[in-house]
Ligand binder design. Structure first.
Ligand code: PEP
Ligand code: MN
Length: 389
């Protein structure tokens, strides 16, 4: 068991935000029991390897690229789609490495990114109110009672899809790690195993897990669960984050100050990053904590287009990264990485970029947030590479 286990309350005794209301708890128990007997999706030594890569990022000697779908879809898991995402991430990594002069560690939002936090538990259309879509791990996108009913059997399908995705990624030979939001704690706990040699606990569902901006409460179940695992972990920090909260997260999640253990993924919005980030970076740096800083220029820049589509402007995405890099340059700290939602498919979900995309109707496929398509993602990589020169 990790040294942290004794010092934090059991996550099961705390409030877990953003969990589904499973209609059949007995069935959930069965599925979770089954998962607890399955082999983990990733190994502890792979997780440790990512921690050492991220330690280099924290020291300013490497750059992190983290990207993939907002929400993976069980029906879209194919070797072709996986390879297309991987190819795009690798092309971006090559561009970023050339620009920064640093090795780039590539981490997909892939092989487990199936659960979504939502701003409201229900959705009403034409007078009918149904539970909101919470990711393919929980329910379906279709606006019917049956589709929206949380079904624990989906957790087993997510496990199988994640395993398959890892198998495809492993045959590519390239070094690529997996990550997802560690949202559904029953699923995560079922796949958490003590390492045979060290006895320390590892989440077996993915290499890096992150805590979302909505579930990073200090007294919440997510922070307590994450304190018990030894994987590299990240926390999303939105515009409401105070420096005191960031420092308290460090104390809870990285009490030993292990380089590579903790990444802060900042998503303040293009308008606010220059105002909000400096104090955060200054105070964390002054504390001596070896945190890895990454920019998520997507989640603070979402708006609804007149057509009703949730979208993001390419210019805003670029502007937030520029602000992030400028703040770090001014403070002499390392702008360590980029976290983006993207797909190798030719979708029309974000507006702008050199191709000048503005017809969101043509191919809007995301079940949740809008992703950069391959053209937009490569253009972003080129422009970010220039900033890092
Ligand atoms: C996400 O990464 O899809 C997400 C929900 O992000 P955040 O927690 O930053 O809102
Ligand atoms: Mn998202």
């Amino acid at each position: 068991m990790s040294g942290a286990v004794g010092t934090v309350p059991d996550w099961r005794t705390l409030v877990a935000h953003q969990q589904p209301e499973w209609p059949d708890r007995a069935r959930l128990g069965e599925v979770v029991g089954e998962l607890a007997r399955c082999s983990p999706v990733v190994t502890s030594w792979e997780c440790d390897a990512l921690t050492s890569r991220l330690a280099k990022v924290a020291e300013g000697r490497a750059f992190l690229l983290q990207g993939g779908d907002c929400a993976e879809r069980l029906d879209n898991v194919s070797s072709r789609a996986i390879r297309s995402k991987l190819r795009l991430l690798q092309q971006m990594s090559v561009i970023l490495a050339a620009g920064s002069g640093l090795p780039v560690t590539t981490v997909g939002r892939i092989a487990g990114q199936y659960a979504k936090p939502r701003s409201s538990p229900t959705e009403t259309v034409d007078g009918l109110t149904l539970p909101v879509y919470r990711g393919d791990a929980v329910n379906g996108t279709g606006f019917t009672r049956t589709e929206r009913l949380p079904d624990p059997v989906r957790l087993r399908r997510v496990y199988d899809a994640s395993k398959y995705t890892l198998d495809v990624l492993r045959t590519s030979g390239a070094e690529v790690f997996t990550s997802h939001e560690g949202l559904l704690l029953d699923y995560e706990e079922a796949l958490t195993r003590p390492d045979r040699r060290s006895g320390r606990r590892y989440a077996g569902s993915g290499h890096l897990l992150w805590i979302g901006d909505r579930t990073r409460q200090l007294d919440g179940a997510h922070v307590a669960y994450f304190a018990t695992i030894d994987n590299p972990i990240a926390v999303k920090l939105g515009p409401a984050t105070t420096p005191e909260h960031a420092l308290a997260l460090i104390d809870r999640l990285d009490p030993d100050r292990r380089p590579g253990r903790l990444t802060f993924v900042v998503r303040m919005g293009a308008q606010r990053v220059r105002d909000l980030l400096p104090e955060l970076v200054e105070k964390v740096t002054a504390s001596g904590a070896p945190v890895t800083w990454v920019s998520d220029p997507m989640h603070g820049n979402t708006f609804t287009a007149p057509s009703g589509h949730k979208t993001r402007r390419f210019g805003d995405v670029l502007a937030e990264v520029a602000g992030f890099v400028e703040v770090h340059r001014a403070l002499g700290t390392h702008p360590g990485g980029l976290h983006v939602e993207l797909t190798g498919e030719d979708v029309t979900e974000c507006v702008g970029g050199a191709v000048g995309l503005d017809d969101l109707h043509r191919s809007y496929e995301s079940a949740c947030d809008p992703r950069l398509n391959a053209d937009q993602a490569l253009e972003l990589a080129v422009l970010v590479a220039e900033m890092l020169r």
